[in-house]
Design a protein around this ligand. Structure first.
Ligand SMILES: [Zn+2]
Length: 174
């Protein structure tokens, strides 16, 4: 028995429960994050559905939000405009693209892993533009975006790289 003294045992049990509760919560949070990344849109769709099915709760929430001292009535619209101005596409369009790509990078088909500089949040996928036409091509992870950037987004260079990897010159020189 580690604790003969009942008071010491209680203290130990309490700390054990607390530590494990936090561990459990952290695990659950991680799992949730992963699930959401793997199922883009579903969580948002479900959330929207829930709000639509609970109009009285939505009204109560809206009222509370509007009563808050830091409430800014046009924040949503302004956020949308700023996003469009900065990145060339609206937040809705970004969400559409993200959903279409299954929440993963269009090249490596993996979710973004690069962290925001605060070290806490994972970045969202980067918006890749054609540098000449300025058209948006799609969403890429940091690695792939840098990767094609290293090849100056030049199709011929990238094709040369593929040909090189498939048939390395050293393998052809006897
Ligand atoms: Zn990628």
């Amino acid at each position: 028995m580690p604790h003969k003294d009942p008071e010491a045992r209680r203290v130990w049990q309490r700390s054990y429960r607390k530590a494990n509760l936090e561990k459990k919560r952290a695990y659950h949070k991680e799992y949730q994050k992963k699930w959401r990344a793997e199922h883009p849109g579903i969580y948002a769709d479900k959330t929207k559905e829930w709000w639509d099915n609970n109009p009285e709760k939505k009204a109560a929430y809206e009222a509370k939000r509007k009563a808050a001292p830091d409430y800014r009535p046009n924040k949503h619209a302004r956020d949308q405009q700023r996003h469009k101005r900065r990145y060339g596409l609206s937040l809705e369009r970004y969400a559409e693209l993200e959903k279409y790509q299954g929440g993963v990078c269009a090249i490596c088909k993996k979710p973004e892993t690069a962290k925001h500089h605060n070290g806490l949040k994972t970045n969202r996928l980067a918006i890749d533009h054609c540098h000449n036409s300025k058209n948006i091509r799609g969403l890429l992870c940091t690695r792939c975006n840098l990767g094609i950037g290293c090849f100056s987004h030049d199709l011929q260079l990238l094709l040369n790289a593929v040909a090189y990897l498939m048939e390395p010159p050293a393998s052809r020189v006897p």
